[in-house]
Design a protein around this ligand. Structure first.
Ligand SMILES: *[C@@H]1O[C@H](CO)[C@@H](O)[C@H](O)[C@H]1NC(C)=O
Ligand SMILES: *[C@@H]1O[C@H](CO)[C@@H](O)[C@H](O)[C@H]1NC(C)=O
Ligand SMILES: [Zn+2]
Length: 397
């Protein structure tokens, strides 16, 4: 029974009446291995899922017939590659039965759509959850990868950690993040209209959309942004699949991944834990394990309601006047002129006043209905990680 050793032997932790255990996860492919560094990062992402997610064992095992029915292209494969957090192994398709009995969640790599990948060069991968029993967590997902859009082909120096974030992002979708709809509508929030004031003072009507399943996340999000009247967790657009890129920056579940790494924050912890239909929570996150990463999330910290509800131009003007000590990097502010920053663990100090501003398109905003592009003054070449403080007085001065 080789299969048993594909997974760690795991102990079980009772919480109330349910028994939660680390989620046993596997990725199955009929298309062989990915490029080596991609495959390694896929494996690392699976390790991360198994360490962060606790689930209850499903009472209804997945059958081979379910695979044939829901992922028809797997009818043609006689052998498959199985990747788990600790092993990679080729096996006969028939042996999949045992794997499906053991695994809590299995992702099937499916063929990419070359036309779709070509149309959108930014499209790297897509994943979809497959629910088999209504109101139960999806035991399966499909994932397609646009190999031709591999950003490393353009930029060979890109850190392979990028793929780790890519697979974490996609498999989170596979588990339902942003893709499962709240059937009860309990957490659904209506979209709202507002005016985005441009730098020339012209106002542009815009829509704000909110993610479903934000009841757990909202408390933390309010505190993070220091905005008690925050209505909901702003989504990328009408489809409500992601966190809004403009508001949430380098969070893992925004629309764009950063070359410098993305963070799975307490906001996403709250969203995925509340992502369930029916009476029972599907996913529990191991807080001990996740806190090292989640505590690092600092984008937009204490920016306040003006950041969430107004344009960047209004936000910058208001904070320049009312909050002289607030650090609003990466946005430009006159208040930064007396500030310095340092890359963590480096001694060298940089003066903010030496940094230029540039007008940059705010990604992910205004994409709805081909909305006009919105631009914001951002600090040029600003590092993603920095320590910010008042500049020390000049020596001898
Ligand atoms: C949660 O994570 C911590 C740190 O990795 C680990 O020691 C602990 O056993 C995990 N708890 C569960 C219930 O898996
Ligand atoms: C946009 O600008 C107008 C005029 O300066 C101002 O009254 C209004 O409050 C601004 N809108 C927002 C959402 O801040
Ligand atoms: Zn996505």
């Amino acid at each position: 029974m080789l299969l048993f050793f594909l997974f760690f032997l795991l102990c079980h932790f009772p919480i109330g009446t349910t028994i939660l255990a680390p989620m046993k996860i596997a990725v199955v492919s009929g298309y062989g291995s990915l490029e080596p560094e991609m495959q390694i990062q896929l494996q690392n992402s699976l390790k991360w899922f198994q360490s962060s997610f606790l689930v209850e064992k499903s009472k209804t095992p997945v059958e081979i017939q379910d695979i044939y029915q829901r992922i028809p292209e797997y009818q043609k494969f006689s052998s498959i590659l199985v990747q788990t957090p600790i092993h990679r192994q080729n096996m006969k398709f028939q042996d999949l039965k045992t794997l499906l009995e053991i695994a809590d969640f299995t992702v099937f790599v499916v063929a990419q759509d070359p036309k779709k990948c070509q149309r959108d060069p930014d499209l790297l991968a897509e994943a979809l959850p497959i629910v088999l029993v209504p109101d139960e967590r999806p035991p399966l997902a499909m994932m397609s990868i646009c190999l031709q859009n591999n950003p490393r082909h353009q930029n060979p120096s890109l850190d392979s950690r990028f793929f780790y974030d890519l697979f974490r992002h996609e498999i989170l979708h596979g588990l339902g993040y942003g893709l499962i709809i709240d059937k009860s509508s309990i957490t659904h929030k209506p979209s709202e209209k507002y005016i985005w004031n441009h730098s020339n003072g012209l106002g542009q009507p815009e829509n704000r959309h909110f993610l479903d399943f934000d009841t757990f996340a909202l408390e933390f999000t309010k505190k993070h942004f220091s905005c008690e009247k925050m209505k909901g967790v702003e989504a990328d657009g009408e489809r409500k699949n992601h966190l809004n890129e403009y508001i949430f920056g380098n969070e893992l579940m925004t629309t764009h991944l950063e070359a410098t790494g993305n963070i799975f924050s307490w906001i996403s912890v709250g969203i995925i834990e509340r992502t369930f239909n029916g009476p029972n929570q599907w996913y529990h996150i191991n807080r001990t394990f996740i806190s090292t990463e989640a505590d690092q999330y600092s984008y937009g910290k204490k920016f306040g309601c003006d950041f969430l509800q107004k344009s960047c131009h209004d936000f910058i003007k208001i904070t320049e006047k009312r909050s002289p000590t607030l650090n609003i990097a990466p946005f430009c502010s006159k208040n930064h002129n007396h500030m310095c920053y340092r890359i963590p663990s480096s001694e060298k100090l940089y003066k903010m006043s030496d940094k230029d501003c540039e007008m940059r398109r705010v990604i992910g905003a205004g994409i709805d209905k081909g909305g006009e592009q919105r631009r914001c003054p951002m600090i040029k070449h600003f590092p993603a990680k920095f320590e910010f403080f008042s500049c020390p007085p000049p020596p001898g001065g």
